[in-house]
Design a protein. Structure first.
Length: 342
C-alpha cells in the first residue's frame, strides 16, 4: 500500500450533517420526529429507531431525544458527535460513526448559516445531549439545493454530543534548545521553524513533549482529535496545518496513517503537545514525489485534544460523512491524487 497525504477536506452539506440519498416513496402528510421510537443504547453503540414508513417530513425538523448533563456548549466550541442515519423509506440503517470515527463540528457562523436548526440545538445543549434531525432538502455536489416532493421519504438522523474539545492544550511549553525546531502559537496562527544547524537527516522517529498532558493515554487504534502543523525537513516548508480550522479526527493505526504518526503519538496523554520527527521510510517513502506527497523526513507538532475508544468491528462499510472544515492527519492510501490544498 502506497503512503499518501490524504487531506480530507471536510464539507458541511447545506442543510444536513450527512450526505444522504434522496429516497422517493408514496405517502402523504407530515410526520414528526417526536413520534419516532428511539433506543439510544446508552450512547455507546448505534441506536435503533422505529417509525411508520415511509417517514416523510415536509421541512427541516429537530427533536431533543435526551438532554445531556455535561459541560455547556458555547459559541466557538469544537464538538465530537456520534451520528447514525436511518432510511425514511424502510427504516434501515444507512451507516453510523459508532463503527468509524465520530464527527467534529464547530459551533460557528458557518454552521448557523448552513444548518440553522442543528445550530440552534447544539448551541444551547450540554455534552451528552442526543437529538434527531430530518430534512426534505438535499444538496448536490455542485451546491445546488433541491426540495423533495410531498410524500418523499426523508432520512432520520440521530446525533449525540459526546465531547467538547478544548481549543488548544494548556501548560508551559518546554524549550528544547537551539538545535531543535521551534514552535509558536499566537491565536490560531501556528509557526514551526527548523534550526539553521539541524544536523544529519533523522533515521528514526523522535518525539519531544513540548507540553505533557495529564489526560487519558492514547492507544493504537483509538480515534484521536488533534490540531497540528507539518513541515518538510529539507526546506522547512509547511505542507499542511489545521490550527485555523476544526480539529482533525483520525484513527491511530498503520492502515490509515503514516507509520511515524502512530509510533510518535501512541502512549502519549491527552492534553500533550508533541513534536514528532519522522524519517523518510516512516513518512511517505522514496516515491513521495511521484505520488505528489511531501518528500523526505517530516516534522510535526501535534496538540492532542481528545480521544475515543477504537470503533467496534463491523461488516457495514457505509457511514455518515464527516463534517466541519478541517484537514486530516497524514494518511496512507492506494490512490495517488493528493487533495492537500483544497
Amino acid at each position: 500500500m502506497k503512503k499518501k497525504f490524504a487531506a480530507k477536506k471536510l464539507t458541511w452539506a447545506a442543510t444536513s450533517a450527512v450526505v444522504v440519498l434522496a429516497l422517493t416513496a408514496c405517502g402523504s402528510g407530515t410526520q414528526k420526529l417526536e413520534d419516532v421510537d428511539y433506543d439510544m443504547k446508552g450512547a455507546t453503540a448505534e441506536p435503533s429507531v422505529g417509525f411508520e414508513t415511509p417517514f416523510a417530513a415536509t421541512g427541516n425538523q429537530t427533536h431533543i431525544i435526551e438532554d445531556g448533563s455535561g459541560d455547556q456548549v458555547n459559541e466557538g466550541d469544537a464538538l465530537v458527535l456520534n451520528a447514525s442515519v436511518f432510511s425514511g423509506a424502510d427504516g434501515k440503517s444507512q451507516g453510523s460513526t459508532y463503527t468509524s470515527s465520530p464527527l467534529v463540528i464547530e459551533v460557528n457562523d458557518q454552521l448557523k448559516e448552513n444548518a440553522p436548526e442543528i445550530y440552534d440545538v447544539v448551541s444551547q445543549a450540554k455534552v451528552g445531549t442526543s437529538f434527531s434531525y430530518t430534512t426534505n432538502t438535499t444538496m448536490g455536489q455542485d451546491g445546488t439545493k433541491s426540495t423533495s416532493s410531498p410524500g418523499s421519504a426523508t432520512n432520520v438522523e440521530v446525533y449525540t454530543i459526546s465531547q467538547k474539545l478544548p481549543s488548544s492544550v494548556e501548560g508551559e511549553q518546554k524549550d528544547l534548545g537551539a538545535d531543535k525546531p521551534k514552535f509558536t502559537l499566537e491565536g490560531n496562527k501556528a509557526t514551526l521553524t527548523l534550526p539553521e544547524n539541524k544536523g544529519d537527516e533523522p533515521k528514526e522517529v523522535v518525539t519531544d513533549d513540548l507540553i505533557t498532558g495529564n489526560g487519558e493515554t492514547v492507544n493504537e487504534g483509538d480515534t484521536v482529535y488533534a490540531r497540528y502543523i507539518g513541515v518538510t525537513w529539507n526546506d522547512g516548508k509547511v505542507f499542511d496545518q489545521n490550527y485555523d480550522a476544526a480539529p482533525a479526527a483520525f484513527q491511530l493505526n498503520k492502515d490509515s496513517l503514516v507509520e511515524g504518526w502512530v509510533e510518535g503519538l501512541a502512549g502519549k496523554k491527552v492534553g500533550s503537545r508533541v513534536m514528532v520527527t519522522i524519517p523518510t521510510d516512516k513518512a511517505y517513502g522514496e516515491n513521495a514525489k511521484e505520488n505528489q506527497m511531501p518528500e523526505g523526513p517530516l516534522v510535526f507538532v501535534v496538540d492532542i485534544l481528545g480521544r475515543s475508544d477504537a470503533p467496534a468491528a463491523t461488516e457495514t462499510q457505509s457511514a455518515p460523512a464527516e463534517t466541519g472544515e478541517a484537514s486530516s492527519a497524514p494518511a496512507q492510501s492506494e490512490t495517488t491524487q493528493s487533495e492537500e490544498s483544497k
